[in-house]
Design a protein around this ligand. Structure first.
Ligand SMILES: [Ca+2]
Ligand SMILES: [Ca+2]
Ligand SMILES: [Ca+2]
Ligand SMILES: [Ca+2]
Length: 179
């Protein structure tokens, strides 16, 4: 289950790795009404019906708990997998996943790095996520678990970088790194 976040976010990458489509074709496939923008309905439909989405669900439990969410999130930002976020990793993670300013002024020096070793451990990251209550923003029905539509909505809000409710082609390009 710890792979959830990778695969959740990477579902398009994986899906498209098996298709000869060009990036533009893929975008058009998700933009089912062809109005030059992927809205939340189109995204959820494409996201939750992708066969690749199920790959992270290896225990048949279709829910993602708070701790799984935190762990997956941390691992996604910890690019070199050394179990700690360097200043650079955190900076990049912050810009990529916290663009809605929930932690706008958080740097390693003001709050996150509680044991002052200049990196952010998982427990320190967990505390920050709890403080800003990031999980609850995804958990729309408040049952402390994320189901598929909730994950789809959360990923959608990440991809919709400017928050206007539509994923434009330029935003899609930012997230779809496959050639
Ligand atoms: Ca690291
Ligand atoms: Ca630390
Ligand atoms: Ca829920
Ligand atoms: Ca947008």
């Amino acid at each position: 289950m710890k792979q959830f976040f990778y695969t959740g976010l990477a579902v398009i990458f994986l899906a498209t790795a098996c298709q000869p489509d060009t990036r533009n074709n893929r975008y058009d496939n998700w933009d089912t009404n062809q109005n030059s923008g992927i809205d939340d309905q189109e995204f959820e439909q494409a996201f939750t019906t992708s066969p690749y989405y199920d790959q992270w669900n290896d225990d048949d439990n279709r829910m993602v708990s708070r701790s799984e969410f935190t762990q997956g999130f941390f691992q996604m930002i910890d690019k070199d997998n050394d179990g700690a976020l360097s200043e650079q990793e955190w900076q990049h993670g912050k810009e990529s996943y916290f663009s809605d300013a929930v932690v706008d002024n958080e740097s390693l020096l003001d709050g996150l790095d509680q044991n002052n070793d200049r990196v952010v451990q998982s427990a320190e990251f967990q505390k920050m996520l709890d403080d800003v209550d990031y999980f609850s923003k995804w958990d729309k029905d408040g049952n402390s678990e994320l189901d598929e539509p909730e994950v789809a909505k959360g990923v959608f809000s990440m991809w919709d970088t400017d928050g206007n409710g539509v994923i434009e082609a330029a935003e899609y390009e930012l997230w779809d790194n496959t050639p």
